[in-house]
Design a protein around this ligand. Structure first.
Ligand code: F3S
Length: 754
């Protein structure tokens, strides 16, 4: 047993009381999301929170991290002084395995290439009480669904498709590493109270249609931005008819409409899946509080009163969909797809069809896809496109191998890839004659932006259910409609594919030989965290220095950034990703994408010590060597984009003392505060224009730093003149403590040292 049953018992024991208190507080019946959110407040409240407005502190039950984002999160966690994580947490090695030849070889290569990262993650997990899922064990979201998700829980995960766990009635939210650090360290986790979108499902799926088509349809309705800041709650008899894993697929792809997360109410399908995955005891506990794991009856009766937006989909009428290319919200019912392909001149020939991934590799998905593969064999059909299968976990892989499904795929030339992200995240060494040739692929994954799967801009990637992907693999042609069109057999006869059939759960139960799990040491105090001092991918962190207790004087302007400056401008991705666990190395990308307002160039700023122009990190390192702090000046919405904590850690590491901007993206502003940086905004935005290239700054008022009290930044110009600029900040008492201590983790460390 890898899950923490005691934790779940505690959550359920408190649930009835908390739900009742929330009903009283809000004075009305509750949706499921409200029940779960209010049951997970970090501290009780006496006032209702306003959806879409109030920032709320939560106490999640779990944390899950994938191997790319876990590195910096855990390096930071190490500095907080705890001997164990504050909530149950897991690490999953899935993102760093490249698909090239097939599961066995690819896994062996990854284990070799990423040895130091895996050793680090394994040892640090062992030390701090974190469950560690080895490379090959599976994809984070599938493993979480099989082992950790539980109805009514709240979890965060450092990956955007964390909401997959909504298939088991859990609010599961994708976050950045910094949030994971907070929760593991025992700090509250902050989220703007989401708005609620209700999706009412009526009827029942049949024939070629599958749960994937529900979310492909929803994506078409809501578009890639329609779910932003919202939880999508599915309800209705149609919802209760879907398998738990099908619900997981729908919740997974809620990320494609920007939703905070998606969720289904607890039902018998969830209970069946929990039992099938050896968690009948959780199902029994959930049954005991089942009314609290569903919306109140009044909500069903009049949903528009309780949700901010309601959409209705009749599953009886839902056609299979194909979405794409280049965006997941370009939704085509299958009856319209062939025409769209022709009219838009998309390449008709299908080159590769890929099924599986965290989104669609349930037993139901695989068995339905295999029923089509079997027809190809039985009906003497050629399979025209390359075909790959990515199992979501070793549990699934082992079970489908035992049941002969992998053998069926083998008969049509299918290649089984490692139980890992692989082509879903671009970890795919695709064999293609001309990388610039326009070509089409189709996957049962979730994202299909340009270059996402194979890094090639000319690839047109479409998304569909595993059944439709398999039918297209057989036809090798995107103008084929499996519901209406015939195929030619090898001996020239015309045949049609029958509707796919499959099994929601394996008749003989799930089985696995080695699931790939490493339980942490009961007492990790003697465990050594393995980081080679010569590694260029990993570096242990030293706590940042505390504030010196005085106003800051003589800070040089590092860059006055002009226009958009996202976290990608501040800490670029791409080739830099491999340094995510090495703060000093990745700091060489600091602000290299930002545009210098004085010369309109990127990565070219004046070194005030030498008068020469050089790259931003180079100049900053020169200031650091001379023991001189600096200031970054920015425009509107500075730090928008991802929640990447590196964008705050790099300037901190290299000695930038303050970021002074017209306005901040909120998450980045909070990340700066957590790292002990000063994030300031111009009280008068026009003062941005007063900043000159050779400015030296003093920041005045820090000795009386207080919430709501302005500070002054004195800009000393080269000609001897100066401007006294009033600046605002949003630090509360606690955040001022973070600043003084040199960062939030230093505050926690001090508490544990007492
Ligand atoms: Fe991995 Fe793709 Fe899912 S990258 S976590 S399989 S979205």
């Amino acid at each position: 047993m890898v899950f923490d049953i005691e934790m779940i018992k505690k959550v359920y024991a408190a649930l009835p009381g908390k739900v009742e208190a929330t009903r009283k507080l809000l004075g009305r019946p509750l949706t499921l999301s409200e029940k779960i959110l209010y049951a997970h407040l970090y501290a009780p409240t006496t006032a209702a929170y306003e959806r879409g407005k109030s920032y709320v502190e939560f106490a999640p039950d779990r944390v899950a991290m994938q191997d790319a984002t876990a590195q910096m999160a855990l390096l930071q966690f190490m500095t907080c002084g705890r001997d164990k994580v504050a909530v149950p947490s897991t690490v999953h090695c899935d993102h760093l395995i490249q698909a090239k030849t097939g599961a066995t070889e690819d896994l062996a290569t990854a284990v070799d290439t990423n040895k130091e990262v895996y050793e680090f993650l394994s040892s640090i997990s062992n030390k701090y009480g974190i469950g560690f899922w080895k490379p090959g064990a599976g994809i984070i979201h599938q493993v979480v669904l099989e082992n950790y998700a539980f109805p009514g829980g709240l979890m965060i995960g450092t990956d955007s498709h964390t909401p997959n766990a909504g298939g088991l009635g859990m609010l599961a939210i994708g976050v950045g590493g910094a949030d994971a650090v907070d929760v593991m360290a025992g700090l509250p986790w902050e989220l703007k109270m989401p708005k609620l979108i209700g999706v009412k499902l009526t009827g029942k799926l049949s024939g070629w249609s599958s749960p994937k088509d529900v979310i492909l349809k929803v994506a078409g309705v809501l578009t890639v931005k329609g779910g932003t800041g919202c939880i999508v709650e599915y309800f209705g008899e149609g919802a209760d008819n879907l398998s738990a894993t099908g619900k997981g697929t729908i919740c997974n792809m809620g990320a494609e409409i920007g939703a905070t997360c998606s969720v289904f109410a607890y039902d018998t399908k969830m209970s069946a899946y929990l039992s099938a995955t050896e968690r009948a005891d959780i199902a029994a506990l959930a049954d005991g509080v089942k009314d609290h794991l569903r919306p109140d009856a009044e909500v069903y009766a009049d949903p528009s009163k309780y949700y901010d937006q309601v959409i209705e989909i009749n599953l009886d009428e839902l056609e299979p969909h194909v979405n794409g290319p280049f965006t997941p919200d370009l939704a085509w019912p299958i009856s319209k797809f062939a025409q769209a392909v022709k009219e838009n001149n998309w390449p008709e020939k299908l080159e590769v069809a890929l099924i599986g991934s965290c989104t669609n590799s349930s037993y139901e998905d695989i068995s339905r896809a295999a029923s089509l593969a079997k027809q190809a064999v039985d009906k003497n059909l050629d399979v025209k496109a390359e075909y790959t299968i990515t199992p979501g976990s070793e549990l699934v892989r082992y079970t489908i191998e035992r049941d002969g499904l992998l053998n069926t795929f083998d008969q049509i030339g299918g290649i089984v890839l490692a139980n890992a992200c692989g082509p879903c995240i671009g970890q795919w060494a695709r064999h293609i004659d001309d990388p610039n040739r326009k070509n089409s692929i189709i996957t049962s994954f979730n994202r299909n932006f340009a270059k996402r799967n194979d890094g090639l801009a000319a690839t047109h990637a479409f998304v569909a259910s595993p059944e439709i992907v398999t039918a297209f693999a057989i036809a090798g042609d995107l103008t084929f409609n499996p519901l209406t069109d015939k195929l030619k057999t090898k001996d020239g006869k015309e045949v049609m594919l029958d509707e796919p059939t499959g099994f929601e759960l394996p008749a003989k139960g799930f089985a696995v030989d080695d699931p790939g799990y490493q339980a942490p040491a009961a007492d990790g105090s003697g465990v050594q965290v393995i980081v080679s001092p010569t590694s260029d991918r990993l570096q242990l962190l030293a706590p940042f220095a505390a504030w010196e207790g005085t106003d800051l004087k003589g800070l040089k302007l590092l860059i006055k950034a002009k226009g958009k400056c996202t976290t990608d401008h501040i800490s670029m991705a791409g080739p830099w990703l491999k340094y995510r666990g090495h703060l000093d190395n990745i700091s060489n990308n600091m602000l290299i994408g930002a545009i210098n307002a004085f010369n309109d160039k990127s990565d070219s700023v004046k070194n005030q010590l030498s008068g020469e122009y050089a790259g931003v990190p180079v100049v900053q390192r020169a200031y650091k060597a001379a023991n001189i702090g600096s200031v970054v000046v920015g425009d509107e919405n500075y730090g928008e984009g991802s929640s990447r904590e590196h964008a705050a850690m790099e300037p901190r590491h290299l000695g930038v003392r303050a970021i002074l901007v017209k306005s901040f993206a909120r998450i980045h502003e909070t990340n700066l505060k957590k790292q002990g940086m000063l994030g300031l905004t111009f009280a008068d935005k026009e003062d941005y224009d007063k900043i000159q290239e050779d400015d030296t700054f003093d920041i005045v008022g820090l000795t009386t730093f207080a919430p709501g009290k302005q500070l002054t930044v004195v800009a000393n110009h080269k000609d001897g003149s100066k401007d006294e600029i009033l600046v605002n900040h949003t630090y509360n008492e606690q955040q001022i403590e973070w600043f003084k201590a040199g960062g939030a983790l230093n505050v926690i460390r001090a508490q544990f040292a007492k």
